[in-house]
Every structure is written in structure tokens, then in C-alpha cells.
Design a protein around this ligand. Sequence first.
Ligand code: C2E
Ligand code: CA
Ligand code: CA
Length: 387
Amino acid sequence: MRQEDPGDCAYIIESGQVEILIEKDNGLVQSLGTRSAGSLIGEMALIDQKPRTATIKALEDCNLLEISAQDFNRRLTQSDPVVRLMMEVIITRYRDMLKKAHIVTPSGKFNKSEALEKSFLEKSHAVDSIRMEKELREAFFNGELFLNYQPIFDIETNKTLGFEALIRWKHPEKGFISPQEFIPLAEESRLILEISRWVLQSACKTLNEIRSTFPNEDFFMSVNFSSLDLADSSFDGHFMRIVKEENLEPSQIHLEITESLLIDEPDKARTTLEKCQRNGISISIDDFGTGYSSLSYLHYFPINIIKIDRSFIGTMMEDTTVAEIVRSIVNLAHNMNAKIIAEGIETKEQQNILSELKCQAGQGYYYSKPLNKEDLLSFLADKIQNR
Ligand code: C2E
Ligand code: CA
Ligand code: CA
């Protein structure tokens, strides 16, 4: 490759040797040294699609492995935001260093490099997510996170069976931030491990309060966990300790994990889930139908409950194939001796169909939105009084 040529890929030298040459403005050519097997060359073009900064000359027969700009950008966007930020800053500085080495610095050049770096920082979401991660940590330790509870119902009898604990964050300036936005940040920073323990403990405390207010009822509490939680070998120990400290039976707590998270680290997840199930905890597969295309993995995991994802419930009225899929999932659960919960029931019609399909339980705005603890207690009082 030649200096000033266009280029949109880098190469890894698999074998052979190359020399890197830079032509200065005064026409002199300077060697920056040689590179051999295992080195990366031409990487600058991946970052800013600018012309090649150097000439690379083969000193002998070489085998090169191409890395395209497209492939690199995909990897970069998928990487951890801190890694991404570091990469972008380091690469920008490196390019400027190279430029300074062979360009007679025109006045104002430094401003240009600063502006370039700044625009990188502004463009990337890295800064936002690093800031938000810091704020989340503070919010957590300052007690600004709280839980809502969405009741889960028997579709046939309309009786309340239990609740799903859902985390909430009210940011002082930005208002409510969806858990779908901040849970991934908590996972990136591993703060999720502490958050999950706190969620479990708070949900247990609330269940105890409900039980002492309505001593004749037998409700369960379902708690969401992340794959990082399950990958932690002390997870089941922490889980059992918290449940015992709150004087609850493990069978009163359901552990929810999404289908796709199970597949991330199947072996670790399975070991942990088996330990939990042996201790009497019910295992619930969340967002079922969205994560994985093969059903064969189902036998690999201990599963007590399947939660059908709300995308199926939302479209089954218009699309008969979706209704058939829901029917199949219900039958599948039946054959596996698992219970079924339909998510996102919003209308009476959806409830009717699910009842015809022999789906036992459900949750959704049709029954109730997620409620704070006080509203949940009055909701239950109303329902139990009117029975
Ligand atoms: P999810 O576990 O699937 O939770 C159900 C989500 O659907 C909740 O959103 C709930 O508010 C919403 N929902 C309930 N009924 C309806 C309905 O009829 N229609 C519609 N359109 N939506 C309904 P939310 O609370 O925003 O939670 C989003 C996701 O965040 C949860 O999805 C879960 O994956 C995650 N999450 C929430 N709390 C926790 C937590 O404590 N720990 C972890 N690891 N993840 C959590
Ligand atoms: Ca859930
Ligand atoms: Ca779900």
C-alpha cells in the first residue's frame, strides 16, 4: 500500500516481513521500521476512512489476513463502552502523532486534533453511559432505586396468585429511566450482583408484609435475575441466606431468567439453577419464544414455569399462526410438567383466547399495571373484600 492511497481495511501479517515508510513533505523518505508475522498493519484506515498514512512494502513473500472496516466497526460498537472510548481516543492520538512526524505543522493544527477528539467523544455514547453508570451506583447506594409489583392472576378464576418485582429508578433530572436502559449498565459494571441481592431482599420483605396483612392467602413473589448472577458460584448461597433471613420458604420465591440469558452461559446457568431447584426455588423462563430457535435446550435446564413473551400475546388475535404457536407452547409446558404464565395481557379478548388455550396464569395491563407497595396493598384489599 502507498501513502495517500485510499484504503478501508487493515491486515494481520501471517507470514513474511514488511517495511513501513513515510514520505515527508520535503520529499525525504523515512523508514519507521519493519513488521513481521503477528503484527497489525494499515489499521488507521479502519478508524477514519482517511488515506493511508504510510507506504508498506513487502520485503519478502507475505501472507496477509484482511480485517475490513465493516467488521472492525461492528466489533467496536459491540464492545464495552470504556474499551470503546479508550480505543477511539488512543487511535486518534496515535494518528496525530504520526501526522506530526511527517507534516510541517501548520498553525492551528493542534486545535484541529482537539476538535477531532472532542467530536469522537461527543459522537460516542461512551461518555453518556459512563456518566449514567456512575449515577446509577450513587442512586443505588443512596436508596433511590425502588420496586413495583405486578400481580399475576389465575386466568380461569381471576384470583391473584403472586407478583413480579420490577425495579424502578427515578433520576433527579431525567425522571424515570427504564430498567431496559439501566440494567445493561449495571451488568457492565457488575453492580447488578449487588442490585439483584437488594431486589430479592426487598421483594421478600414486601411479600412478608403482604402475608401479615392477608394471612389466609398464599402468594408467591417472582424476581428477575441476570446471567451474571447465575454465573456467580455463590449465588444460591446468597439466595438461600436472604430467603431464610426473611423467614420465607424458598418455594414462595420464583427465580426469573430470560431465555436468551440462559444460552449465554448454559453450563454455569444449569449448575446454579439445579442447585436452586433442589433447594425448592421455582425456576421461571422469561420472555419465552424470543431468545432461541431450538427447543432442544429446554430439557437441559430445570424449568418449572414458562412465561410466554408479550409479543405473542399482542399479535395472536390478528395472526392465527401466532395463536397456534401459543397453543404449542402451552402443550409443550404441559408435557414438561411446567406451568405457564402469559405476559402482557391487555384485553378481555386476549384473556378469553388464553383461557380457551388452557393457559393457566397471566399478567398484563388488563389486570393491573405494576404498582408501588402501597397501591398493591389496597389493590389486594379491594379484591379480597369483593370476592
Ligand atoms: P420483563 O421481566 O419482561 O417485565 C415485564 C415488563 O413488561 C415490565 O416492564 C412491565 O411493566 C411490562 N408490562 C407488564 N404488563 C404489560 C402489558 O400488558 N403491556 C405492555 N406493553 N407491557 C407490560 P419494565 O418494568 O419496564 O421492565 C422491563 C424489563 O426490565 C423486564 O422485563 C426485565 O427484563 C427487566 N427488569 C425489571 N426489573 C428487574 C430486576 O429487578 N432485575 C433484573 N435483572 N431485570 C429487571
Ligand atoms: Ca420478568
Ligand atoms: Ca418478560
